[in-house]
Design a protein around this ligand. Sequence first.
Ligand SMILES: [Zn+2]
Length: 95
Amino acid sequence: MSAERLRVIECGARDGRPVIRRHDERQVGPLFFGPGDANLLCGACTFLLIRGANGAHSIRDAVVECPNCGSCNQASRPAPDPGSPAPPAPRPASP
Ligand SMILES: [Zn+2]
């Protein structure tokens, strides 16, 4: 069983991805249990978010909200290829 800390992002930067969060506040422990061999931890407080994942890529299309500290976590991505830098994302001007 391996453990991997997820990457904390701003919750507003989820780009429309679904947020996995706990709805029953009485529940304790991981949000999900799976048959895999990786534990995914909150990148901020190391709370165990998902036990038995098939690696962090299993949640690459979602954002996980930590029920302990409220941070939004995503699977860490490999560093971008320096040969093809992505253009900066346009941001709307804040009033
Ligand atoms: Zn946390």
